[in-house]
Design a protein around this ligand. Structure first.
Ligand SMILES: Cc1ncc(C[n+]2csc(CCOP(=O)(O)OP(=O)(O)O)c2C)c(N)n1
Length: 295
């Protein structure tokens, strides 16, 4: 397959079938690395043009979302409601630029549409809206709800005897929300083993470092105590992310959480570990510098 042409990722699958039949993009490691860089460039240009948005927490999750959409998920961009699709739920809905860029590169809608981010009447609002954007599974923005939503979707699959898997991406700052832990308890209680939570553990949130706002440590032990199988990975290492997701498929009777250690603003020197770029767009000069760094 070729991922070289924007928005045409499914023109050929690894099996050589046509778009209607495709269900896994199955990209190579090199293709995914190139795609990750492309997604970072989209995040910069989209937020730069909009003059607002959340670049930091979008950039930190690029490899996580790349591994999912271009390797792990079974999905059909031309048939977004395909009932057997694996579900990806973006709980940290402010990372919408990343999800939109990924969906566009997969072919859910034209890449050109990315320039409409945050405009009135655009399908690409600042936070996700499942009623308008093809491929978006959950309307989000109010943090803390995605894990509960994902459990419902996973249980529905179990009840309907469907084999799809559900992946939900949380922010670590988001895990300061109490609802996350009620959901964590429920997932273990109901043995929801078709569910994988991935935490983008960039250690920062809106106001700075988590350890200063509300400390989550010991984070892995908390998940273990709530009955989850815990895997920790370098969240910028595609191979580790793919391996962890494969491991999770073997865990029965228990949900799995992948704690992905990441850097907020990853890939742009002046954004890395800089909470200023949590919810602030780069200006024109900063866009130029960032794109040069991501060349
Ligand atoms: C219920 C709720 N409270 C507060 C906010 C405001 N808010 C937006 S992003 C954010 C920080 C989230 O931190 P984290 O989950 O770590 O996201 P990341 O650092 O990965 O961007 C907060 C508090 C919100 N969106 N929803």
């Amino acid at each position: 397959m070729s991922l070289s042409k924007s928005g045409d990722a499914l023109s050929k699958t690894s099996a050589g079938t046509n778009q209607a039949e495709a269900f896994s993009l199955s990209a190579s490691m090199m293709e995914m690395e190139a795609m990750a860089k492309k997604l970072r460039r989209h995040i910069i240009t989209m937020t730069g043009k909009a003059g607002s948005g959340h670049p930091g927490g979008s950039l930190s999750a690029v490899e996580i979302v790349t591994a999912l959409y271009f390797k792990l998920l079974r999905h059909k961009p031309l048939d977004p409601k395909w009932s057997d699709r694996d579900r990806f739920i973006l709980s940290k809905g402010h990372a919408a630029p990343l999800l939109y860029a990924t969906l566009a590169e997969c072919g859910y809608f034209p890449v050109d549409e990315l320039t409409t981010l945050r405009q009135l009447d655009s399908r690409l609002q600042g936070h996700t809206d499942r009623t308008v954007t093809p491929g978006v599974e959950m309307s989000a923005g109010a943090l803390g709800q995605g894990l509960s939503f994902a459990i419902g979707v996973a249980l529905a699959g179990r009840l309907n005897l469907q084999s799809y898997r559900v992946y939900v991406l949380l922010g670590d700052g988001e895990c300061d929300e109490g609802q996350v832990w009620e959901a964590a308890m429920a997932a273990a209680h109901f043995k929801v083993d078709n569910l994988v939570a991935i935490v983008d553990n960039n250690r920062q949130q809106i106001d700075g470092w988590n350890r200063d706002v509300m400390n989550l440590d010991p984070f892995n032990k908390k998940w273990q105590a709530f009955g989850w199988h815990v895997i920790e990975v370098d969240g910028h290492d595609l191979a580790q992310l793919i391996d962890a997701s494969d491991q999770a498929k073997l865990i029965k009777g228990q949900p799995t959480v992948i704690i992905a250690h990441t850097i907020k603003g990853k890939g742009v020197s002046f954004m890395e570990n800089n909470p200023d770029f949590h919810g602030k767009a780069p200006d024109a000069k900063q866009v130029e510098i960032a794109l040069r760094e991501l060349d």
